[in-house]
Design a protein around this ligand. Sequence first.
Ligand code: SER
Length: 318
Amino acid sequence: MEKILVTGASGQIGTELIKALRVKYGKDLIIATDLKVNDSLASGGVFEILNVLDKPRLEELIINYDIKIIYHLAALLSATGEKDPILCWNVNINGTLNVLELALKYNLKRLFIPSSIAVWGSGIPSTNTPQETVLQPATMYGVTKVAGELLCDYFVAKYKLDCRGIRYPGIISSETLPGGGTTDYAVEIFYEAIKNNRYTSFLSENSTLPMMYMPDCIKATIDLMEADFDSLIHHSNFNLASMSFSPKELAEEIKMHLPDFEMEYAPDYRQAIADSWPQSIDDSSARKEWNWKPEFNIKTMTKDMIEKLSVKYKLGEF
Ligand code: SER
């Protein structure tokens, strides 16, 4: 089996992807990397410090561990990206370029480079947004994701590099908090609901956005990486959907479990970002090309989140 390196392993998706990859392929084959030491990742397997802008260090890790596959998750998200757009461009684009360049140099077998719903902006149908449509993002994060998709597809076409990616919707999870995204409210709300029975949303009540529960996100990521390359028509830009809801709809669902839960709304600068994104997505290409099918909906996700976080809260973990 090939060795797999994951960048941004301490992030929301990274922590759970590492766990899943270690279970699936064995912990010695998975090299988790991030900017700072992560004791919990390090205690369960291999962990190395890596800043994705440090190309010599990335090269050293590829050589030392004989890496054949990279999941490149390190990136700045939409809200953080708007606070420092130049840093966002630098990390997201130059980090990706380093991975692509070294993948060519060392003949890597496969790359996963994620994209996002942030690739969309004006000029799209906001419901059931098609796979093929204009990409006019309103954020620097979106600009880097569009450029990232194009870069990957260029490397696929020009060098036959096997590079794959998904346009992730907002991801909801109970393990690691997301950092700096516009969809983060849909995670924070659960922590606050369990702790304080109330939450003030930074998006307005009717801001419907595409979302996905982490188990589906991990399944989609690994399934796409295991799909037969010849059956893929798209590569780096798969639309992916599972559920769409507004803050108000999520609050109502939470109230089914916690009847005293109260929600308030104080939209901030992230509202404009949310307004530029679609409400729902047509993911028929992913369904056709690699049999994507989600398992969770708002009801099953909410029940599971509340159960998992209630246990963590009782254990004093937040
Ligand atoms: N969850 C991301 C964000 O909000 C979207 O990909 O920035």
